[in-house]
Design a protein around this ligand. Structure first.
Ligand SMILES: [Zn+2]
Length: 86
């Protein structure tokens, strides 16, 4: 009985669709939103006014992902400029 109740609680928790996100919060160079339902965080782009990237409860992880993402975007831009030049 107790086990099935805990299982149901986990299901509800994981079933959160993160529909109610807070207003963007600024932290250092980053903006992120927090889910009002479960507290998960997601990066927020102030320029396009959209959230993006993975969800994570740990802001450190999102920041690490963002750093990697920025590097990747840089290298991709370099690739495409090389291609268009040739
Ligand atoms: Zn949520």
């Amino acid at each position: 009985m107790a086990t099935s109740f805990a299982g149901a609680a986990v299901f509800v928790f994981r079933g959160c669709w993160h529909r109610k996100m807070s207003w963007p919060v600024r932290a250092q160079d980053y903006s992120y939103q927090v889910c009002m339902g479960c507290g998960i965080k997601r990066l927020f782009d102030e320029k396009s006014f959209r959230s993006y990237g993975p969800y994570s409860y740990e802001l450190d992880r999102l920041m690490a992902w963002e750093r990697g993402h920025r590097l990747k975007a840089h290298s991709q831009a370099a690739d495409s400029s090389e291609r268009s030049a040739s």
